[in-house]
Design a protein around this ligand. Sequence first.
Ligand code: GLA
Length: 722
Amino acid sequence: MSIIFDKNTQCFHLSNSRISYIIRLAAGKYPLHLYWGRRVRTISEDMMVRRSPWTEDRFSLNETAMDYLPQECPTFGSDLRQGMIHVIHENGMHALILEYESHRVMEGKPQLAGLPSARGEGAESLLLTLRDKVSGVAVELCYTIYEDVDIIARSVRVINGGKTPIVLDRVLSACVDFERSDFNLITLSGAWTRERQLYTRPLVPGDQGTSSARGASSVQTSPFMALLSPNATETSGEVYGFALCYSGGFEASVHVDQHFLARAQIGIQPFNFSWTLEPGEGFQAPEAYLCYSANGLGGMSRNFHAHIQNHITTGKFAHSERPILINNWEATYFNFDEEKLLKLARVARRAGIDLFVLDDGWFGHRDDANSSLGDWFDDTRKLPGGLAGLSDKIHKLGMKFGLWIEPEMISVDSELYKAHPDWCIHVPGYPRLEYRDQLVLDLSRQEIRDYVVEVIVAALRRGNVDYVKWDMNRFINMWGSPALPASRQQEQPHRHILGVYDIMRRIIAQFPNVLFESCAGGGGRFDLGMMCYMPQAWCSDDTDAWMRCRIQHSTSLVFPPSTIGAHVSAVPNHQTGRTAPLSTRAAVAMAGTYGYELDLTKLPRKEIEEIRVLNKRLHEIQPILLYGTYYRLLSPYEGNEAAWISVTGDKREAVATHVYAQAFPNMRDKLLRLTGLNPDLTYRDTDSGRTYGGDELMYHGIPLKKPWGDYMSQQFHLIAID
Ligand code: GLA
C-alpha cells in the first residue's frame, strides 16, 4: 500500500496490491479524477481522456472544461454540473474556484472531530489542501487507502481562510466522475418492517439516486449506493460501492451528463442544510467509503464487511461472541409486571438463553406508546423493587440483564415536558405534530444533552445492565431551535446529529463492559455512523423468517452478520401472520446476532427443549456465523429460495443455510453449490456424518431435501477432516 506523488506527471497514486486511485493536478493546480479501479502501475499522460469534443486545451478552466473535466472536488464557479461544495460569500454571491495549495501524506488516518469515523490501522492518508484565491476559503480533501480492504475513505473539511463570513450551502463528502455511464444503479429503499429492499435500474441521463430528509438515515432509504458494470453479477464484474458514515439526512446521487458521463456523489443532504463559517472557522463533513470490487457484488460486500469489522466497530464485543438474548417486547408488549418477566426469564434460562432484555414500558407511567419518554425513572407499579430489584433477580438466575432506552425523545405526557415544554424540536406557532405519540429532544442544545446523559447513566447504573437497546422511533418533520440565531437555523439538522453522537459517546464511554445495540423503530438507523458506537443494530421489526431472508440479504450488501440483530419470534408471525417452522426461524436469525422475542412460557416443553438444543448448537457455530467470510448463494429477490454460507478464514469450517419459501408438488431434488471452501480439503457434514470434497461441494453441490411444507430450511455445519 502506498501513496506516491509523481512530480513529472503531477499525479497522486494511491494503491494497494489490488486497487489504484489516481488524482492528477492539471496545469499543476486543478485536481482532476483520473482513475479508480483495479491496480495499474501508472496512467500515462496521453491516457488522460479528453472529455471535451471542442477543445485541445484539456487543463485550463475555460468554458468547455467546466462541463467536461473529471473533477475531484467540483464547485460552483469551476463546474457547470452540481458540485460537492457550494459557498455563498458575505455579499450574497456564489463562486468558488479551488486550486492546489499543498499536500501531506501521513500514516494511518485522521479521526474526524465530533463525527464517527473509521480507524486507520494499516492505512495511509493523503491530505490535499486546495484554496480559492479570491476569498481565501480552503478545502482539505482527505483520502485514506488501506492495505487489507479495497476501500478508499474520503472526507472534506472547509475552512474559512478569508476575512468575512461565508455560508456553506452544500458540502458533500465524495465525488467520483466516471468516463462512462453504462452502469446499473443499486439503492436500498423500504418502509417500517420492509427495510432496505433491493432496487436495481440502469442509469439514464439526468439525476437519480436516493436521499433522506427525515433527520435520520431512516427505514425508507439507506446512505449507500452501488454502480454495477453491465455484466456484473453477484460473483463477477466491476462494482463501485459508496457508503456514508453518517446517521442524519443524506444524499447519494448520480448525474449522467450530455456526453453520458456519470458523476456519483455522496454526503449530507443539502436540503435543510447550511452552515455559517466565521473567518478562521472550519466545517468537517462526514466520511464516505468508496469500495471497488472486480468480483461482483459479493466482492464489494466482503470488502465492506472486513472494513466494518477491522476499522469501524469498537469495544469489548466487536470481535467476540454475542450473548443469546430473550427480549420481552413481542412476548408482553407494555403489559407486564415483575412476576411475568421473571417467569419468562426462568424458562429462558432453562432453554439456555444468556441475557434477559427488558424492552419498552419500565419507566414513568408508560402503559402505551403515548407517555413518559424523558422520565427515565422506574415504574414501581410494574417493578416494585425498581430496575435494581429486577436486575438483581435476573442476575441471580445466572443471566445477564439488558434494558431498552430511547434517550433522544420526549412525550408530551411526561414530567420532563411539564418542566421543559421548549426542549423538543419545534417551530413557534406551528402544531407540534406527534409521530408515534412523541416529539424529539433538541440535542443541538448542551443543557438538554447534559440532562439526557445524567438520567440515562443513572438508569443504566441502577439497573446494573450488561446490554442496552438504544432505540429512536421518530423522524423529524420540522426544524427549529431557540438556541440558534435565525441565520443559523439551517444548521440544526446537522447540529442535532452531532448532539446524538455526543450523548452516545459520553454514555457508552462510561460502560465499557456493556454491549450496546442500536435500533430505530426497527432498522431505521442502520448506518455506518451508528456502527462506530454500537457493534450491532436491530435490523427490522419484521421477524418473519422469509421476509427476513430478503431484508438480511440486502442489508448484507454493506453490513456483516455480526452487526445484524435477528430474533426468533412467535408463529403466526406478528407482522405477516405467517407460520414458519422453529428450525427455519432459528436458521435465519443465526445469520445475525441471535435472540428470541416471544412468550416462551406459552411454548410446549418439546419446543423449549428444541430451543435448548438450538442454543447449544449456536454457541458452537456462532464464531463462524458472525466472523466468517460471508457469501450470498441464492437471492430471495430472484425466486423461491435463499441461501448463504459463512466460511472461517482458514477455510476449515463453514456453515451453509438454505431456505425454501414455498413447497410445490412434484419438486425434484436439488443441489446447492457452495462457495469459499478449499477445493482440496474434504469436509464432514456434522449432522449427517457424510463427507464431501471441497471441490465437489463448490462445483457440483450439496444435496438438499425436497421441502415438505412452506418455509423449510437446512443448515449444514461442515468441518474439514484432513
Ligand atoms: C421499536 C423497536 C421495537 C420495540 C419498540 C418498543 O419499534 O423497533 O423492537 O423496542 O420500539 O416501543
